[in-house]
Design a protein. Sequence first.
Length: 144
Amino acid sequence: MSAPTTPVAQLISGWLALWNGDYRPATHIIAPDFTLHAALLDGGDGSAIRGPEALVAWIAQTRAAFSELAFQIQVGPIVDADHCALRWTATGTYGGGFPGATAPTGTPIHFTGADLLRIEHGKFAEYWVNSDIHVLLARLGVSS
């Protein structure tokens, strides 16, 4: 695969790196006033996650319960003006520590989702995520 050549391709490459555990691109691709829009497991709407540092902390928290967690782009990016959409897959191995999980450590996991990102001044400024977290929760044996 050749190196990204367009600004959006560079942003997406950095975005994928973040989700795959390389947090170095965060300040280069995430706007200081970045806002997350998501239905979180704790019932929040994601509005408390603002800026690159908060996003990195949230990603790190997500990754903490899984070893070998890898995200890949399945569809996209699809770019329209200042918005970018993509569908991703995540695979990994449950390492323990997920609240309410009854699955044994070592359980393989797989789930998918779609991201919609708004670009402003060459950085991601807003993020809407829709994932099939219910599939992950079922695999981990989390009951409601």
